[in-house]
Design a protein around this ligand. Structure first.
Ligand SMILES: [Zn+2]
Length: 282
């Protein structure tokens, strides 16, 4: 069984569950030929591939941090069908948070790498209110701007209503460049995939980890050229990935992969030619 809970120093790390869904396989693998990627993953009849939305909980007993809340439930029938959105089998942010022993009111921080709908949809409930009423929310400023930009190249990926209630409640903090949200937890704006997607790094008691969001969406995207067609600037993505995947592999970081359906926690390994993924197993 692949592992869903571990530690990074003083932090308990739990891979929560929000939803299973699916996106076009070709778009997920960019220039990689289907003949190659179809050997790596299940493929649905409509050419989509199964993906997860996996929020993570970091808990040091005082700070309860949710990284990337998930897709949430504000989806109509057409969208649910098109993206195969499925919350069955315990794939629900609040249910899995309660399974980890916490109520939404206990969450102190909610960190969002970028503002695409499959990453921040769950910040607000079906009642249009913030799901974590006591949490300081953190997002990259350029991403918040993209939510309401007219004629944006990736306008279909942004919905202002995902974040407006959090903004109205005075719960949103935004930053450019880098911010240390708490001692040992840094968000670094990198871009490439989107306007300003951030890498979230955790360092505690000599141990290191990172949440990769769409910089490395699944275990099948660790190989450096495997860049999604969704990425706005593939060349920048390649540079970002080359620098940070190398660092993670060299230093043995614990990696959290948001869209992986099978193994949300693991380490990057280099075999002398390319990078791969070593999943944590029980
Ligand atoms: Zn994205």
């Amino acid at each position: 069984m692949t592992q869903r809970e571990t530690r990074i120093g003083k932090f308990r790390v739990v891979a929560l569950r929000d939803a299973n869904f699916a996106l076009d396989g070709g778009a997920m693998f960019g220039v990689v030929p289907r003949a190659l990627w179809q050997q790596l993953t299940e493929v649905n009849e409509d050419h989509t591939i199964p993906l997860a939305a996996t929020p993570y909980l970091l808990d040091d007993g005082v700070n309860r941090i949710v990284i990337e809340p998930g897709m949430g439930r504000r989806w109509n029938e057409k969208q649910t069908k098109m993206f195969h959105i499925d919350h069955s089998g315990g794939h629900d942010l609040l249910e899995s948070l309660r399974g980890a022993g916490l109520e939404p009111e206990d969450v102190t921080h909610c960190l969002m790498t970028h503002c695409h709908w499959d990453h921040i949809g769950a910040t607000c409930g079906e009642d249009g209110k913030p799901v974590f009423p006591n949490a300081q929310h953190w997002a990259v400023e350029s991403e918040v701007k993209a939510l309401s930009a007219q004629g944006h190249m990736r306008g279909a990926s942004y919905r202002i209503e995902d974040l407006q209630p959090v903004i109205d409640a005075g719960l949103l903090n935004s930053f450019s460049g880098e911010v240390e949200v708490l001692p040992g937890i840094k968000m670094t704006e990198l871009g490439g995939h989107s306007e300003g997607i951030a890498l979230i790094r955790i360092e505690s008691e000599g141990e290191k980890g990172a949440f990769w969001a769409d910089i490395v969406p699944t275990r099948n995207h660790v190989h450096l050229p495997f860049i999604m067609a969704y990425d706005m600037n593939a060349e920048k993505s390649f540079a970002v990935r080359s620098e940070w995947i190398k660092k993670s592999a060299e230093e043995g970081w614990l990696n959290m992969l948001y869209h992986d359906t099978i193994s949300p926690l693991g380490r990057f390994v280099f075999d002398g030619k390319k990078y791969g993924y070593d999943a944590l197993v029980d």
